[in-house]
Design a protein around this ligand. Sequence first.
Ligand code: KIV
Ligand code: NA
Length: 265
Amino acid sequence: RKSVTLQRLLDMHASGDKIAMLTCYDAAFASLLDEAGVDVLLVGDSLGNVLQGQTSTVPVSLADMVYHTASVARGRKSAWVIGDMPFDSYQASTAEAWKSAAALVKAGAHMVKLEGGGWTAETVRFLVERGIPVCAHLGFTPQTVTALGGYKVQGRDEAGAALLKKQAHELAAAGAQMLVLEMVPAALAAELTAELQIPVIGIGAGVGCSGQVLVLHDMLDITPGRRPRFVKNFMQGASSVQDAVRRYVAEVKAQTFPQDDLHGY
Ligand code: KIV
Ligand code: NA
């Protein structure tokens, strides 16, 4: 398989070819996911929950993210690698954001992702102008779960939807080249995907996005306890982990996952 480039991802958005993304935290899974046709590996700070047993992503350090990004980078062959900027690695200043983003890029990330809208546009512009591709993340933003008042769908009312749209356009204008939308109404996500020139990757955001992402351990049904509505267990009916991941890729490409009545808002 040819290496997945940013241009290829932008072309997929333009042509409507769906992008399959999964979180990934180590070299073994990076190799497996890559072989199974996953386009983008997200080294998510969800590793705090999944690998560390934390109750949120807030305690995850930049050193943690660098360690896992380097591991994933060693295991991947052709997938695009995104490294999450953890809480307290980009909020204080653009200079601190640059140092944090550069550390992830040195570890092998092709792009960094940061949460939030409004004030983040300046940070995105700062990083992009200096040569680091950025993925934005709007809707439900786990690093600010306390401020948001819990795990809630975002952009449900008219004012919330308008703000989300405004922030998405600002981030794209600032140079963001991808956008993750988490837990937003499917109709709103589809509208934004049609409006923006950059790929919109949904998680609990409906089938109308340019692509989908899930937490690896959620879709493999390894995560203990209750799962969010937007998760589907791809191990059900699969003959192996490889088969489950191939089914995920196939369902994202065929737009049979997600199903808005089952996994959407
Ligand atoms: O950390 C993560 O896994 C994420 C995805 C849920 C988008 O940010
Ligand atoms: Na994250």
